[in-house]
Ligand binder design. Structure first.
Ligand code: CMP
Length: 158
C-alpha cells in the first residue's frame, strides 16, 4: 500500500524536520557598508550551510523582474533603484525548514520592528534599505534560487 503523503510543517517520515533550501540576498546597503561578512558569519553561526554564493550587480530589468510581485506597490520604483545601486550577494542556504528558519533569523522588514539580535535589527538602515532579502515560501525559494544559480552552481558545494 502507498504511504500517505507527508503533512505540512516539513516533517520527514522519521519525525525530524526536513532539510530544505532558501535564497538570501545581502543587499547593496550592507555590501557597500562593509557588513556582508558579518551577516554571512551571523547566518553560519545560526546554523545555515552555504550551498552557493555569488557577488553580482542587478540591472533594472532583472531587479524589476525579481520583485515583480511588488510592481503595484508605491515603493516599487525606489526598491528597484536601491537594488541596482550597488553589488548584491545572493546565496543558497540550507537548514531544517530553511525558509521559516531564515525569516526568523533576519527579523521583520522594518528594522525598528525587528526583534533584538536579528540580522535586520543589527545591520539594516531602514524598511527599504533592510540589509537582506529572504524567500517567503518554498515555492518562491525554488524560483528565486533558479533566478541566480544554475544546477551546476548548486552541485559544486558537496
Ligand atoms: P524584501 O524582503 O526584499 O521584500 C520586498 C522589499 O521591499 C523589502 O524587503 C524592502 O526592501 C522593500 N519594502 C517593503 N515594504 C516597504 C515599504 N513600506 N517602504 C519601502 N520599502 C519597502
Amino acid at each position: 500500500m502507498a504511504e500517505p503523503p507527508l503533512d505540512e510543517g516539513r516533517q520527514t517520515r522519521e519525525g525530524t524536520t526536513a532539510v530544505t533550501q532558501t535564497l538570501a540576498i545581502i543587499k547593496p546597503d550592507a555590501v557597500l557598508g562593509g557588513r556582508a561578512g558579518k551577516i554571512l558569519a551571523h547566518l553560519e553561526e545560526a546554523g545555515f550551510t552555504v550551498r552557493a554564493l555569488a557577488m553580482t550587480r542587478l540591472d533594472s530589468r532583472s531587479a524589476g523582474e525579481f520583485y515583480r510581485v511588488h510592481r503595484e506597490r508605491p515603493f516599487y520604483v525606489s526598491l528597484v533603484e536601491f537594488m541596482t545601486s550597488g553589488p548584491v550577494v545572493p546565496m543558497v542556504l540550507e537548514a531544517p525548514d530553511a525558509v521559516r528558519a531564515l525569516r526568523e533569523v533576519i527579523g521583520a522588514t522594518d528594522p525598528t520592528e525587528a526583534a533584538a539580535g536579528t540580522v535586520r535589527r543589527l545591520y539594516a538602515e531602514s524598511k527599504e534599505r533592510n540589509a537582506i532579502h529572504a524567500s517567503d515560501s518554498d515555492e518562491n525559494a525554488a524560483r528565486e534560487i533558479q533566478f541566480f544559480f544554475s544546477h551546476e552552481d548548486l552541485s559544486t558545494s558537496r
